[in-house]
Design a protein around this ligand. Sequence first.
Ligand code: ADE
Length: 241
Amino acid sequence: PVIRIGVVSIFPEYLEPMRMALLGKAIDRGILALDTYDLRDWTHDVHRAVDDSPYGGGPGMVMKPTVWGPCLDEVCPDDALLVVPTPAGVPFTQATAQQWSRESHIVFACGRYEGIDQRVFDDAAKRVRVQEVSLGDFVLIGGEVAVMAMVEATVRLIDGVLGNKNSHQQDSFSNGLLEGPSYTRPPTWRGLDVPPVLLGGDHAKQDRWRTEQSLARTRERRPDLLPPDLLPPPDTDDTAS
Ligand code: ADE
């Protein structure tokens, strides 16, 4: 395969949707190899315990290093990138997806409960690259849904995965801006017209229009993405108390 992705979870069935649709096709075409592992296969006790109470007290449970350590020794070779999805990680962005799309093997370690004993990653970092990464500023129940999002964002950038070879080169974020609106037939629907510029044949004019739409949408929804010179001037209103 072009890329091998391993995912360790206590709910490996959660990850099965990754074998559908476009990712499933990438598997069928031999581009993607997806290995899912049940963390409980590395437990040593009759209860198959993966967690324990936290040192120093506090709510919730922490996942045990004595289970995660032997698991990662086995499923994460030295040349793989080890990714730990966690709301305490560095933000995952389109740039992260672009970097990861050039890796040959990524292993994701999904935590549940309050997290995984930090020594698991301190120990793994002695031999592999480890990245703790967050999907966004919200808290999920576990890492599985974050992994699915990160894997989709990454794998779709690999050549041969998307039908149209160039379709990801015009995505939102690929030029640092949000993508503007799209339209298809019919030209009038429920009294709403497709913007007339798109019905004409002036492609240069259409490109300019799309850039304007893209800028307007980004200014409105994500001003944080724009360089200061493309933002409206700061509010100088001094009439407030
Ligand atoms: N696990 C729980 N919440 C998460 C988040 N926001 N990003 C990545 N992994 C998570």
